[in-house]
Design a protein around this ligand. Sequence first.
Ligand code: NAP
Length: 272
Amino acid sequence: VVRKEFPSILYGTAWKKERTTELVEMAIKSGFTGVDTACQPKHYEEPLVGEALKNLYNSGFQREDIFIQTKFTPLGGQDPERVPYNPELSLEEQMEESLEVSLKNLRTEYLDSWIIHSPLNSFGETLKAWRLMEKAVESGKVHHIGVSNLYSFPFFEKLYNEAEIKPSVIQNRFYSQSGYDTEIRKFCLEKGITYQSFWSLTANPHHLNSFSVQKASIRYGVTPAQIWYRFLNQLEILPLIGTTSLQHMREDLAIFKFELEDDEVIEIEALL
Ligand SMILES: NC(=O)c1ccc[n+]([C@@H]2O[C@H](COP(=O)([O-])OP(=O)(O)OC[C@H]3O[C@@H](n4cnc5c(N)ncnc54)[C@H](OP(=O)(O)O)[C@@H]3O)[C@@H](O)[C@H]2O)c1
């Protein structure tokens, strides 16, 4: 089993409810090469992602063709009525259980990437969780590990420094309130950490409507959303794309057919 690199974009499976199976199949058949999900029944139907994977394997796809990323969601992020692990257990045991549930749901022996959905209540607790993530890597059940919803650079840097197995990914909301994570992204580039964005379109309608993005959209004959995703990609950001439309899936996959020039990237980056 090879430790795969991250794809350039991932299909996001949040809020798809009973359409999850159909949409994941559509995304992979259209050309997406990976999915993002979570062991969090409140927002994600992880078993239906697994159902889609099963159907895809039956139609000729191989496990190695698909990058599978899921998350451990701490108790605070779970619907108390539907916690996918025993909440009475210790944090480490909750994580072990959550991992086993994810592997079963996703019908796989290993995850390409496993993420802590949000930091725990303190740095110490988060580090405790990190140690368990490291154990999961050592066991071979997980290949890449990372964190999500972590907007404090000092916290992230400290975690990185204390980690024996370094984070290979951070997944954050891409919005102005965090200053678009400028410091974190710079650190990621230096350390070879994949920065994944969500809310990439929904938090940034003003930028999609900006002169710079509109101008590029006309020049390349593509939509502002395509310009925005391509721009993110040229900054080495991996956008999560949760569209429910086949047309949008195709458009988003087509962003690799054109390339923005350096001065266009700089002009758009100035919006941040
Ligand atoms: N770690 C976390 O806490 C966290 C939080 C939120 C999300 N996520 C992950 O990120 C994924 C993406 O979620 P998101 O909140 O960023 O938004 P999203 O689900 O990707 O939604 C994008 C919105 O933009 C619309 N859209 C218009 N043009 C589009 C285009 N060309 N391509 C794609 N969408 C287009 C979509 O509508 P149409 O459906 O009509 O295309 C949709 O309403 C989630 O599924 C999940 O995997 C993670």
